[in-house]
Ligand binder design. Sequence first.
Ligand SMILES: C[S@@+](CC[C@H](N)C(=O)[O-])C[C@H]1O[C@@H](n2cnc3c(N)ncnc32)[C@H](O)[C@@H]1O
Length: 246
Amino acid sequence: MNYTINDLLSLYEDANFYDIEFSKRSIDINFFKEYCTNFSGKILEIACGTGRITNEIAKVASNVEGRDISTSMINKAKQNYKEIPFSVEDMLSTTGVFDLIFCATNAFQHILDNQLVLKAFKNIKLALDSKGKFLLDIQNPNEKKLKRNLNIPYKYKDFLYKGEKIEAYINGHFNNESSIYYFNIDYRKKGISFKNKWVAMRMFTHKEILKLISNSGFKVDECYGCYSKSKYTSNSDKQIFVLSKV
Ligand SMILES: C[S@@+](CC[C@H](N)C(=O)[O-])C[C@H]1O[C@@H](n2cnc3c(N)ncnc32)[C@H](O)[C@@H]1O
């Protein structure tokens, strides 16, 4: 299966819809906010989407900007939060010098290929000050969930859109060889499908991501298993790394 940059861009083309879909998500905010409170250095959120987290960080730290590969998402972020500098940039080619760079909400899993992961790490490292930190928030693959019978779509969430309840169903499959989870999100209003999204996400086992981290010249200061900062275990939902340069 070939998932291209155009597939990725069309996934995030409807930034207004994304913005509403994710507007109530708050589970991750405190983790990043706490980390950034009173942070005096320069902070960059890569793959910032419509600025949901960037905006919260900007309330507690003075020097914050956001970047994303999607022009639609960045235009929406600019419209949402006029005081924050947002710009279009591919996280594979991050530029500038920052004291903290973070990548939230599994966005890093949009990088599907190991060579590109290494490229992203290399440029993030170059864009960090010598004492800089990189916070990386990705899923911990759950074998049971990935291998369930996805011929039967399952409901994964609902939310309100323009006053109407929307139910989102997922249907897809996990490719063992590439470790990519391909799935379709079917959005239904009163049981009737009105929108589809086609997603590909790389799943990184703990062992794989640790190897990529160390091959990129980063070291792990901390690894949490959830946003409330419990230590990572193999059963954790998340792998949230605090990385620094070796
Ligand atoms: C699930 S959204 C998360 C957005 C934001 N972090 C949030 O929590 O609301 C993933 C974002 O990653 C961005 N993205 C994917 N690949 C990217 C890349 N190579 N460089 C920069 N942004 C990328 C997408 O455009 C999208 O806005």
